[in-house]
Design a protein around this ligand. Structure first.
Ligand code: ZN
Length: 590
């Protein structure tokens, strides 16, 4: 193992940062290809038999190249903006990227309509031929989703009206939130900054932040009643015209999962929740309280003060990965050696962390600010998990590399779990172990309770919204009821305005931005359980599972690689049992 640098190298992708000439040429080349794609779609005449597939072949081929190059360009630009928020040239490239993205989006919608124009029988036989066979899942999916929609003219009318009548409500939400501010200890804070105080070790700080936040959101909530009712109203009207009765159709399609799977997951979680009640009671006791409030759930029980340098963190991760998968460890080692990671703690960087992939050059980059705490080691492992997922998909056709939100976190959670478990095992003091263990239990509580409350609220809200506008009072009531149920009535105070403060209810791109999180968490738990059971032989099975995430439903994925039926409870029971073992260790320790 060499010495690893804490900053990344972007020059191997395009030399010269935001002023790069290579980048400029690449973008021009991509735009020309996009012209080609649009022209081919415009000139398309549906084939009458499987001998006339030349046009379609060309469209699919060019589309994949354009998509790949646009991802490469987009990834580079996000790296530029992240490493230096003051890079003006980078933000100019950002706008260029969005513009080209919108253009590709329109071309793809038209392409899907091209697929619909192909006669069913012709489609069925051509999809079984090369080069379509390999990517048939995605092509079939695109075609059938397009079929479920209205005719082209109506859909494009909806799209156009949606800019101001739908997405604008989401933007209005953001604009309103940006105007909110809170006075805390004589300081004027944004709602985001004030929310950061909710896991403060001092209860009086948490309580004050919570009360002030309730007051602020409460006063503004009538405005958010408008934004939420109108954006959901637009969505429901669109569904009505498309004759979609189930509001879950769109998010389930998007996540390639069935409603039976979703039900099996929530039902099992509901049964297992009771095991977390003693934990919440114990936590109240440790904090010296009768009962926890909403703002106590994430309060820390102590601090893990053991720090690791970047080098130590890197070596620890590689070493732990190796126990599960030498290939994954080799990959991580390569990422450190080739400087694919930007982890320096310096001003002018974007907050947060991400992993982004460059499908054209087959590289990835990880962005974060490394502090040396156990949680930043975990973040580094998490992002390396994402990078590995991309790495094993590199050789696949571009169309088979796209995976949905619910499986996107599989490899990252898996990698994080390996490292978190090892950290617990190697903790020096009992206090340290307690903090690390609680961190794991907390995650379960968030996925099984907090996210569940969001799902319960959103489902019930949409039901009532079908009958008409839902009032502020009723929204507060629905939210409180959902939280009481999700937290098994264990808290003495809930967060009634959570529907207003949580951005996710107001995102217009994807509805139900909640259950995929819980799915992803438990799905990777299930895989982790399998890895522990099978041992080193699991490595290749794991890789082929990851490689299939972009070309089948989650049910098919689980059946093929884990031999389990996600629509039945067994799988979920298994995954939950694994979560419970952390809970038991924690309870033993306290
Ligand atoms: Zn992630």
């Amino acid at each position: 193992m060499g010495t690893y640098e804490v900053t990344w190298n972007l020059d191997s992708i395009f030399q010269g940062g935001s002023e790069s000439v290579e980048l400029k040429d690449y973008v021009i080349k991509t735009e020309r290809l996009m012209d080609d794609l649009e022209a081919s779609i415009r000139q398309f005449t549906p084939p009458k038999n499987t001998d006339q597939t030349e046009d379609l072949r060309k469209i699919v081929e060019v589309m994949q190249v354009v998509t790949k190059q646009l991802s490469e360009f987009g990834a580079f630009v996000s790296c530029l903006s992240a490493q230096n928020v003051h890079d003006k040239k980078a933000s100019m490239w950002q706008s260029k990227r969005s513009e080209m993205g919108a253009r590709l989006g329109n071309a793809l919608t038209e392409m899907d309509q091209v697929f619909v124009q192909v006669d069913d029988d012709v489609w069925k036989s051509l999809i079984n031929q090369a080069p379509f066979k390999e990517i048939s899942f995605v092509l079939n999916e695109r075609r059938s989703l397009a079929k479920d929609k209205l005719e082209v003219g109506k859909e494009s009318l909806i799209n156009d009206l949606g800019v101001d009548g739908y997405h604008a409500w989401g933007q209005m939400y953001d604009a309103l939130v940006a105007k909110l501010s809170i006075e805390l200890n004589g300081e004027k804070l944004s709602v985001g900054q004030a929310s950061n105080q909710l896991d403060h070790p001092d209860r009086s700080v948490r309580k004050e932040a919570f009360d002030k936040l309730q007051e602020t959101w409460g006063e503004a909530s009538d405005l958010f009643t408008e934004t939420l009712n109108h954006l959901s109203g637009f969505r429901l009207q669109t569904y009505k015209h498309r004759r979609w009765e189930n509001v879950l159709k769109e998010p389930l399609d998007y996540n390639r999962m069935s409603e039976k799977t979703l039900d099996a997951m929530w039902e099992t979680i509901t049964e297992y929740k009771k095991h977390y009640v003693p934990y919440l009671k114990k936590k109240a006791e440790r904090l010296g309280l009768e009962q926890l409030s909403f703002y106590d759930v994430e309060a820390p029980l102590g601090e893990a003060d053991q720090k690791m340098s970047f080098q130590e963190g890197a070596e620890f991760i590689i070493q732990q990965f190796r126990k599960f998968s030498p290939k994954m460890a080799d990959f991580a080692e390569m990422a450190f050696e080739k400087r694919w990671i930007e982890a320096e703690d310096r001003p002018g960087k974007q907050p947060g962390g991400f992993c982004t992939s460059f499908p054209d050059s087959g590289e990835t980059r990880i962005f974060m600010t490394y502090s040396g705490s156990p949680s930043s080691v975990a973040t580094l492992a998490h992002e390396l998990g994402h990078a590995y997922h991309q790495h094993v998909m590199n050789e696949l056709p571009e169309l088979n590399q796209g995976y949905a939100m619910n499986v996107a976190e599989t490899a990252s959670t898996f990698a994080e779990m390996i490292v978190a478990d090892a950290a617990v095992k190697e903790a020096v003091t009992e206090a340290e172990r307690l903090v690390l263990l609680e961190d794991k239990v907390q995650r379960s509580v968030a996925f099984f309770m907090n996210i569940h409350a969001r799902f319960l609220f959103e489902t019930r809200f949409y039901d009532e919204r079908k009958q008409g506008v839902v009032s502020t009072e009723r929204l507060n009531e629905l939210m409180t009821e959902a939280q009481q149920e999700a937290y098994v009535q264990t808290l003495d105070e809930y967060d009634p305005t959570f529907w207003a403060s949580k951005l996710h209810f107001h995102i217009t791109d994807v509805p139900f931005y909640n259950f995929p999180y819980t799915f992803g968490y438990l799905f990777s738990m299930g895989i982790y359980a399998k890895a522990l059971e099978v041992g080193p032989a699991f490595e290749d099975r794991y890789i082929s599972l990851l490689q299939d995430t972009g070309k089948m439903t989650v049910e098919e994925l689980a059946k093929k690689h884990l031999d389990v039926d996600l629509e039945k409870k067994d799988f979920w029971v298994h995954a939950l049992e694994l979560c419970l073992s952390d809970l038991e260790s924690f309870m033993d320790l306290v």
